[in-house]
Design a protein. Structure first.
Lengths: 466, 767
C-alpha cells in the first residue's frame, strides 16, 4: 500500500478541466478513475491492453520537440503516470457538433453495438491529427460486430484538419506544471533517480507500464513506491553516429518506429509486429529487456545485431554485451537499483565484409499483437565471394531466455552462403534447442519453425530461389 | 468497399419510399458520442458491488470455506456461500442455476462464493482473501477422457432434470430419446436416418471419409456479462438492469429460480454490447439471488478473464463424415458421427447440429448420429448459428474432396445435389423457401470465380450453407403524439441496430419521415412480449408485429381524418406526415394535429394508438455462398485471407445498410473461427485461452476487402419478404477458407481453427 499523504495533490487535465488526484489512488488505473468520475464513455473490454475499448488520447511529445496526440490504453496507465498530462476522452472531442471522425463513423455505419466505438473514435482522433489513416491506427482496437470495413472506410475518408481546428490550438498550449508526489516519483535525471533509490530501496522502476500495468489492472501484485522513468533525460537520448546507434531505454517504441526507421530492417520489422499502436506509444526497450520475458520480441533482434547495454546505478555506469545479460528464466545481470540507460547497436562491419543481411520474423496465431510462438532474428555478414564472415541467429520462445545458436554460428563462419550450407544449418538447427510444448504450439512445431525461419531468411537474401 | 444488391426478376418488390433504402443506425449518434448507456454505467442509490469467487479447479469437493480474513476488509457487507442463499434447497441443473456451488465444483470458473462490498475495490480485495479448500477429484477435460474406460462419472445419478430453457435459435422438432444402460458421461444420442446407407456406399464410385475436429469458440462480444439488481421492498420483487438478448427469458428464469411471480420481476435491457448467442441470463440468477437474499441492490460486472471462464462458449465438436458419390455427379450416401463435448451440463443444440449437417444436400441415404458427453468444463452454449458453422466445415470440405476425387467441377457437383424449396431436411420435414443454389449460381458467375488469378502459395475456395432462422410470436404498439411523433413500443432488445429497420417499417406504412418515428424498447413491464434476439429472428418476427401495429393506428388515423375532412375513409391518403383527401393537398391536416384532436375532442374516439401482433407460421431460411482467396506460407503454416465475396439471399432487406453490416460482421467472425480462435482447456480442465491475447479475435489488419452481395429473393411469409440475416453470414467462412487452403497447397486441413501449427502439420504430413 502507498503511504497516505493527503498534502500535495497531483493534477492532470481531463478534457481541458483540471482534476486533482488523491494520493492514495496513484496505482489505480486511469480507466478506473474515468469511470468513477462519470466519464463512462470510455469502456472496459478486457483490462489487459488487448481490446482498445478503453482508448483515450494523451498529449505527448513526439521526441522532436513537438506535442502531438497519442492513443493509449487507459486500463494500463496508473494515475501516477498521468500526473501533469492532458487527457482527452470521447466526451471531450465533440466541440461544435460532432468531431470529423465521429461524422465519418456515422456516415459509414461504423458502429453496431457501440461498445467498441469510443475506443475506435479516440484512436481515429489521434490518427486524424497524425495523418496515419491506415489500419495500423486502429490495429489495437477490437470490434466484434462490424467486421471493421465501415471503420476502415471512415478512417480512409478523413480529410486534413482545418487550420481553425480547436484541437490544433490545444496542442500549442503549455503542458501542466509537473508536481512531485509521494510514492510515485518522477525524476528528471539519473542523479535524481539514484537519490530516490537510496531513500526508497524498495521502489520499483516503471517506464511505459505495459507490463506492470497488467499487474496493476488485474491487482495481481501490490507495489510500494514507483519511480517513473518517463521523464529521465538520459533515457531519452538517441545518438546516431557512424560507428553505432545508441537508443535511450526510455524511448517509446512508436518513436523508434518513426525516427529510426530504415536503419536496421530487423528492428523495423519486429516493431511492426509488436503489439499495437496504443501499446507502442507507451512500451519501451528498457521495459522489454527489464521484464526479461523468454518470449519478449526485441531481445532476439538486438542479440542478432550484437547490441550492448549501458547500465547504471548509484555507483556508476557499465556497458555489457546483451549476449551476457540474460542469466536464467526472467533473470538478468541487473543489480538491485540498477537500470538500463540505453541500448547500443554497432554499425561498423569487419573490413572484409561486403554485404550484411539482417531481418526478423515473428510467428503467432494472428501475426501482430500476439504472443510469439517463435520470434527469430538473423544477421549474416558476407565477404565478396559470398562466404559468411559472421552469422548471428537469435530466437525467442525456444528456451528459458532469448537465445543465440552459438555453435551453429561458429560452424557457419567461413562457409559459403549457399543451399548446401543452408541444408546443414537446418539440420543442426533442428537439434540445437529443446523448446517446450504448450497450447500455442508443440515442441515439434517450434523446432521446425526454428529451421524454417532461417530458410525463409536465406531465400529472402540470396540469389537462389526457393 | 464493393457491395451490391441484386433483385431477382421474379421478385415482387414492394414500391417503397424508406424501406429497402440504406439508412444509418438510429441510435448511432449516441453510441458515437459515447452517450449510449450500458449496464456498467448504471448506478442506483445504495448500490453495492458483487465479486464472485470462481472455482480454480475443474472437479473437486469443497472441504471448507474460510471467510474470516476477507470479512476484515473495510467495506465488506456480506460474504455468501450457497448455504446462505434463499436458493439453498434448489438442485443445480444448468450453468445459469449453478448460482453458487454446493459441496462440489464441476468446472473451472464455477462461482463458489459471492463477496458483496461497498466498493468494487473492497469486493475485489476481499474476494482474493476468501480461502477455499478443495479435495480434488478426477477431471474429464475432454470427450476422450470422459469416454475412457473407468472414467469418473460427473453425474452418477444421471443428469439432473431442469426446466426446459426455451431459446429458439432455429426450429427443430424434438424427438424423445430414452437412454438405457448404466449411467456414464454419455448422456444423449440423437439419430437421423433415411434410406439404405450401405447400399449407397456400395454403388458409389468414390468415397471420402474424414474426421474433423472443431475447437470450442467463444462469442467474443466486447462487453462482458453484467447486471444491476435492485430489490423492491414493497412488491417483494426485483428490478434487473442487464445486458441481454432476451429480457423476457431473463425475467422468467430469475422469477422461477426465486419462486417469485414473473410479473414481480422487471427486466430492463440496457444497450447491449454484443451477445452472439451468449447473453441469455447466465449470471443474472446469481446477482438476483444475492440481492434478494441480502435485500440490497448489487452490481455484478464480469471481468474478461471471468467471462471467458464462466459463460457458455460453443462446444468442441468432432465430426466423422463419410460421403459417397457417382461419376454422374450424384451423391449416394452420407454417414456422420458427431461427438459433442457438452461441458458440465446438458447442451441444447446437439440435435440441431445433426439436423443441419444432413439438410443442405439431397442425400438419398443418410445416417447421422449425435452423441453428447458431459465433461468438467463450463456448460457449452450457442454461438451465432449454433451447429451450422461446424457442420458446414465438415460437409463443404468433404463435398469439395469428393468432387475432386470424382473429377467433377465443384460448382456443378453441388448444383446437382443441393437442396431447394420443399426438399427434405435430415428429419424429413420439407425446407421452406430455400435458395442456396441461386447464391451459388451468382457466385459462379462472379468475375473473381470465372477469371481466377492466383500467385504462388495462393488459393481460391468457396462453400455454401443455409440457416433455417427462428420465429416466435411477438407484439408491438404504435401511437401518434400531438407533435406528430410516432412512438413504436417493442419488447425486444436491439443487439445489432435492428431498431432502425423497425422504424422504417412504421414510417413506410404511415407515410412519414423515419426521423419522426421513435422506437422504444419497453422493459418487461411495459414492452409487449417479444422473443429473444437470437436465431436471426428479431427483424423477421418483430417487424411483422410493428407493421400490424402501424396498420392498426393508420386505420384509426384515416377514420379520424375522414371524419374531419368530411370525406370517405377510402378517399383519404397519408402523405408526408399529413392526411388529405386524395389529390387535394389543400385539404391536408398534419397527423400531429389529428392526434391533438383525438386527445382533446370529446366527440373523437380517443387517442391514436394501435396494436399489432404477429405469429408467422413458416420460417424463412437465409442462404449463402462465400468465396475466399488465401495465401499460405508453407514454412510457417500461416494463412492470410486476401479477398472475400459473400453472397446471401436476404429476402428483402428492410435496411440494406444494416444487412450489409450483418454480413461483414458475420464474415469476419467466420474468418476468426476459421483461422484464429480456439477456446482451449488443458488436461486439468484449466482454461488456457483466458484473455483476448490468448483468445485471438481478428483485427482490422486481418480483414480483407469483403464484397457483400445481397440477393433479394422474398420469403413467402416474412414481412415485405424479409428473411433472417444475422446468422447465415457466419456459416460458410471457415469451410471456404479450408477449401481455399486445399487449392493453395494441396492438403486438406481437418482441424478448425486452421492456425499456423495445424496448417503446417497438414502440409508436412500430407504432401
Ligand atoms: C497488449 C499487449 C501486447 C504486448 N505485445 C508485446 C509484443 O508483441 N512483444 C513483446 O515483446 N512484448 C509485448 N508486450 C509486453 C510489453 O509491452 C513489453 O515488454 C514492453 O516493452 C514493456 O515496456 P514498458 O516500458 O511498458 O515496461 P514497464 O511495464 O514499465 O516495465 C516492465 C519491467 O521492466 C522494468 N524496467 C522498465 N524500464 C527499465 C529500465 N530502463 N531499466 C531496467 N528495468 C526497467 C520495470 O521495473 C518492470 O519490471 C505486450 C503487452 C501488452 C499489454
Ligand atoms: S480495456 Fe481492453 S485494452 Fe483496455
Ligand atoms: S460495434 Fe459492437 S464491438 Fe464494435
Amino acid at each position: 500500500m502507498l503511504d497516505c499523504y493527503m498534502s500535495s495533490q497531483l493534477r492532470f487535465l481531463l478534457n481541458q478541466e483540471e482534476h486533482f488526484i488523491d494520493q492514495t489512488n496513484l496505482t489505480n488505473t486511469l480507466l478506473e478513475y474515468l469511470r468513477e468520475h462519470g466519464s463512462v464513455g470510455t469502456k472496459e473490454g478486457c483490462g489487459d491492453g488487448d481490446c482498445g475499448a478503453c482508448t483515450v488520447v494523451i498529449v505527448g511529445n513526439d521526441g522532436k520537440g513537438n506535442t502531438h496526440y497519442q492513443a493509449m490504453n487507459s486500463c494500463l496507465i496508473p494515475l501516477g503516470s498521468v500526473a501533469g498530462k492532458s487527457v482527452l476522452t470521447v466526451e471531450g472531442i465533440a466541440k461544435e457538433g460532432l468531431h470529423p471522425v465521429q461524422e465519418a463513423m456515422i456516415k459509414t455505419g461504423g458502429s453496431q453495438c457501440g461498445y467498441c466505438t469510443p475506443g475506435f473514435i479516440m484512436s481515429m482522433f489521434a490518427a486524424y491529427y497524425s495523418g496515419e489513416k491506415t489500419d495500423l491506427a486502429v490495429e489495437g482496437n477490437l470490434c466484434r460486430c462490424t467486421g471493421y470495413l465501415p471503420i476502415r472506410e471512415a478512417l480512409q475518408s478523413l480529410s486534413e484538419p482545418s487550420p481553425a481546428d480547436p484541437f490544433l490550438d490545444l496542442l500549442k498550449q503549455p503542458l501542466l506544471k509537473q508536481q512531485e508526489s509521494e510514492g510515485f516519483y518522477h525524476p528528471e535525471t539519473l542523479a535524481e533517480v539514484f537519490d530516490l533509490t537510496k531513500n526508497h530501496p524498495e521502489a520499483h522502476f516503471i517506464a511505459g507500464g505495459t507490463d506492470l500495468g497488467l499487474e496493476l489492472s488485474n491487482k495481481t501484485r501490490t507495489f510500494t513506491d514507483f519511480i517513473s522513468l518517463e521523464r529521465v533525460a538520459e533515457l531519452k537520448l538517441i545518438r546516431n553516429d557512424s560507428d553505432a546507434l545508441e537508443i535511450g531505454a526510455g524511448i517509446p517504441l512508436s518513436q523508434i518506429e518513426t525516427k529510426l526507421h530504415g536503419l536496421f530492417p530487423a528492428l523495423d520489422e519486429m516493431i511492426h509486429w509488436f503489439a499495437a499502436r496504443q501499446i507502442r506509444n507507451r512500451a519501451t526497450l528498457g521495459g522489454n529487456l527489464g521484464t526479461a520475458s523468454p518470449i519478449g520480441d526485441l531481445a532476439p533482434v538486438l542479440l542478432a545485431l550484437d547490441a550492448s547495454l549501458k547500465l547504471a546505478d548509484a555507483s556508476g555506469e557499465r556497458v555489457i554485451p546483451l549476449a551476457t545479460y540474460f542469466t536464467g528464466y526472467r533473470q538478468t545481470l541487473l543489480k538491485p537499483g540498477e537500470l538500463i540507460v540505453s541500448v547500443i547497436i554497432p554499425k561498423t562491419l569487419s573490413e572484409n565484409v561486403s554485404t550484411r543481411h539482417s531481418f526478423s520474423y515473428k510467428v503467432g496465431k494472428r501475426g501482430t499483437d500476439d504472443i510469439s510462438i517463435v520470434a527469430a532474428a538473423f544477421c549474416v555478414d558476407l565477404d565478396e565471394q559470398q562466404n559468411i564472415v559472421k552469422a548471428r541467429l537469435a530466437y525467442g520462445g525456444v528456451a528459458a531466455t532469448p537465445i543465440r545458436a552459438l555453435e551453429l554460428e561458429t560452424y557457419l563462419t567461413g562457409k559459403p552462403w549457399n543451399l548446401e550450407t543452408l541444408k546443414e544449418a537446418k539440420r543442426q538447427l533442428a537439434e540445437t534447442f529443446t523448446p517446450l510444448s504448450d497450447f500455442r504450439g508443440s515442441a515439434n512445431y517450434r523446432n521446425k519453425l526454428i529451421a524454417n525461419l532461417f530458410e525463409k531468411f536465406f531465400f529472402q537474401f540470396s540469389e537462389v530461389s526457393a | 468497399m464493393a457491395s451490391a444488391s441484386i433483385d431477382k426478376p421474379n421478385a415482387d418488390k414492394p414500391d417503397t419510399k424508406y424501406l429497402g433504402k440504406p439508412r444509418k443506425i438510429i441510435d448511432g449518434l449516441e453510441k458515437i458520442a459515447g452517450r449510449a448507456r450500458y449496464v456498467a454505467d448504471v448506478v442506483v442509490p445504495g448500490l453495492l458491488h458483487l465479486r464472485p469467487v470462481l472455482s480454480t479447479v475443474a472437479h473437486a469437493k469443497i472441504v471448507s470455506i474460510d471467510k474470516s480474513e476477507a470479512e476484515k476488509v473495510p467495506g465488506v457487507v456480506a460474504i455468501l456461500t450457497a448455504a446462505d442463499l434463499v436458493t439453498r434447497d434448489r438442485t443445480i441443473t444448468s450453468r445459469s442455476d449453478a448460482i453458487l456451488a454446493k459441496g462440489k465444483v464441476l468446472f473451472v470458473g464455477q462461482p463458489v462464493v459471492a463477496v458483496v462490498a461497498e466498493t468494487e475495490a473492497a469486493a475485489e480485495d476481499a474476494a482474493e482473501l476468501v480461502a477455499i479448500e478443495y479435495e480434488e477429484l478426477p477431471v474429464n477435460s475432454s470427450v476422450e477422457a470422459a469416454s475412457a474406460e473407468g472414467a469418473h462419472v460427473t453425474w452418477p445419478e444421471g443428469l439432473p432434470k431442469g426446466e426446459l430453457e426455451v431459446i429458439s435459435h432455429a426450429e427443430v422438432e424434438e424427438k424423445e430419446e430414452v437412454e438405457t444402460g448404466p449411467i456414464t458421461n454419455h448422456y444423449k444420442t440423437s439419430n437421423f436416418n433415411r434410406g439404405d446407407v450401405d447400399a449407397g456406399f456400395a454403388e458409389a464410385d468414390a468415397i471420402v471419409e474424414t474426421t474433423f475436429n472443431i475447437a470450442s469458440q467463444y462469442q467474443g462480444y466486447m462487453e462482458t456479462h453484467g447486471c444491476v439488481v435492485e430489490p423492491d421492498a414493497l412488491k417483494g420483487g426485483l428490478t434487473i438492469y442487464t445486458t441481454t438478448q432476451a429480457q423476457f427469458g431473463v425475467r422468467n428464469k430469475v422469477a422461477d429460480i426465486l419462486k417469485l411471480k414473473r410479473s414481480n420481476v422487471k427486466v430492463t435491457a440496457m444497450t447491449v454490447g454484443g451477445g452472439f448467442g451468449s447473453k441469455y441470463g447466465t449470471i443474472e440468477p446469481l446477482a438476483a439471488t444475492v440481492a434478494y437474499t441480502i435485500n440490497r441492490p448489487v452490481k455484478l460486472i464480469l471481468q474478461r478473464g471471468e467471462d471467458l471462464k464462466t459463460t457458455t462458449p460453443a462446444p468442441p465438436t468432432q465430426i466423422k463424415l463419410k460421403l459417397g458419390g457417382k461419376k454422374d455427379g450424384s451423391i449416394t450416401a452420407l454417414k456422420a458421427d458427431i461427438v459433442l463435448d457438452a461441458g458440465a451440463f446438458a447442451f441444447e443444440f446437439g440435435q440441431l447440429t445433426g439436423l443441419l449437417l444432413g439438410s443442405n444436400y439431397k442425400y438419398p441415404a443418410l445416417d447421422i448420429e449425435v452423441i453428447e458427453y458431459i465433461t468438467n468444463k463450463t456448460e457449452m452454449g450457442a454461438y451465432r448459428a449454433p451447429g451450422a458453422y461446424q457442420s458446414t466445415f465438415a460437409v463443404e470440405s468433404s463435398i469439395d474432396d469428393l468432387a475432386r476425387k470424382l473429377n467433377l467441377d465443384p460448382v456443378e457437383f453441388r448444383m446437382k445435389n443441393l437442396s431447394g424449396t420443399d426438399d427434405p431436411m435430415a428429419n424429413g420435414s420439407p425446407w421452406p423457401s430455400l435458395n442456396i443454389k441461386e447464391c451459388l449460381k451468382q457466385m459462379s458467375e462472379h468475375p473473381k470465380w470465372k477469371n481466377q488469378s492466383k500467385e504462388e502459395g495462393e488459393g481460391i475456395g468457396f462453400a455454401v450453407s443455409a440457416w433455417p432462422c427462428a420465429l416466435s410470436p411477438s407484439a408491438s404498439t404504435c401511437r401518434i403524439d400531438g407533435d406528430g411523433t410516432v412512438k413504436v413500443v417493442v419488447g425486444s432488445t436491439d443487439i445489432s441496430g435492428v431498431s432502425s429497420s423497425l422504424v422504417l417499417v412504421a414510417a413506410e406504412i404511415l407515410g412519414i419521415s423515419p426521423n419522426e418515428v421513435e422506437l422504444i424498447q419497453g422493459n418487461t413491464d411495459v414492452g409487449p412480449y417479444a422473443p429473444g434476439s437470437g436465431g436471426s429472428q428479431v427483424t423477421y418476427s418483430v417487424s411483422g408485429a410493428v407493421a400490424a401495429a402501424a396498420e392498426d393506428v393508420k386505420i384509426k388515423l384515416l377514420e379520424l381524418a375522414a371524419d374531419q375532412l368530411e370525406a370517405r375513409v377510402e378517399d383519404i391518403e397519408l402523405l408526408n406526415g399529413a392526411a388529405q383527401v386524395k389529390g387535394v393537398p389543400s385539404s391536408a391536416i398534419k397527423i400531429g394535429k389529428l392526434a391533438q384532436i383525438a386527445e382533446s375532442s370529446r366527440s373523437a374516439p380517443g387517442p391514436l394508438i394501435g396494436e399489432g401482433r404477429s405469429s408467422i407460421k413458416q420460417n424463412a431460411p437465409g442462404s449463402v455462398a462465400h468465396m475466399v482467396k488465401v495465401k499460405v506460407d508453407k514454412d510457417t503454416g500461416h494463412v492470410k485471407v486476401l479477398d472475400y465475396v459473400a453472397i446471401q439471399d436476404v429476402g428483402y432487406a428492410l435496411n440494406p445498410m444494416l444487412v450489409e453490416g450483418q454480413i461483414h460482421g458475420g464474415v469476419v467472425q467466420g474468418i476468426g473461427m476459421g483461422i484464429f480462435e480456439a477456446h482451449v482447456y488443458d488436461s486439468f480442465g484449466q482454461l488456457q485461452s483466458a484473455s483476448f491475447m490468448d483468445y485471438a479475435l481478428p483485427r482490422t489488419v486481418d480483414v480483407p476487402n469483403i464484397e457483400a452481395i445481397q440477393l433479394n429473393m422474398p420469403s413467402p411469409e416474412g414481412p415485405f419478404g424479409a428473411r433472417g440475416v444475422g446468422e447465415p453470414p457466419i456459416t460458410a467462412g471457415a469451410a471456404a477458407i479450408g477449401n481455399a487452403i486445399r487449392d493453395a497447397v494441396g492438403v486438406r486441413v481437418t482441424e478448425m481453427p486452421m492456425r499456423p501449427p495445424v496448417v503446417w502439420k497438414a502440409i508436412n504430413e500430407q504432401s
